[in-house]
Design a protein around this ligand. Structure first.
Ligand SMILES: [Zn+2]
Length: 138
């Protein structure tokens, strides 16, 4: 099943992926939003089945969430590679791709990946095809 995310949800997923386990307080600080906002983002992500909250209030990705993060990272790194190979500064490419990576279809990302001759690494030197649980940062 394919789910759509907003930019804030995407950033929230990235943060949870980077940290492994987070609290709501930590998330609201990291995302620079007020805690009710962080709460409502997390609530939506729980409803989408990508995030769960345990009895200690620690927020983690579900397996389905990890899969979705892996998809976003793949799309991010493919787009980033495309821009960087066409002369865009790597950091600018990375920042731009954060605005797009969660919106681009898997179909187009896969086509681009093939056109780019299936690069192994993104311009940051990170693997484009990632294993779940070793996604790290975009
Ligand atoms: Zn990047």
């Amino acid at each position: 099943m394919k789910i759509k995310f907003t930019r804030r949800e995407r950033d929230c997923l990235e943060q949870i992926n980077n940290e492994g386990r987070v609290t709501l307080v930590r998330l609201s600080k990291d995302l620079d939003v007020k805690s009710p906002t962080a709460h409502s983002i997390v609530k939506r992500l729980i409803e989408k089945g990508v995030v769960s909250r345990d009895k200690n209030n620690a927020i983690t990705l579900t397996t389905f969430g990890e899969r979705n993060v892996a998809r976003i990272i793949f799309r991010h790194r493919v787009l980033e590679t495309l821009l960087a190979r066409n002369g865009v500064n790597v950091n600018d490419a990375c920042a731009e791709c954060r605005k797009l990576d969660f919106l681009v279809s898997d179909k187009v990302a896969n086509e681009l990946f093939e056109k780019l001759r299936e690069p192994r690494l993104c311009p940051h030197g990170l693997p484009i095809r990632i294993q779940q649980n070793s996604a790290n940062t975009v």
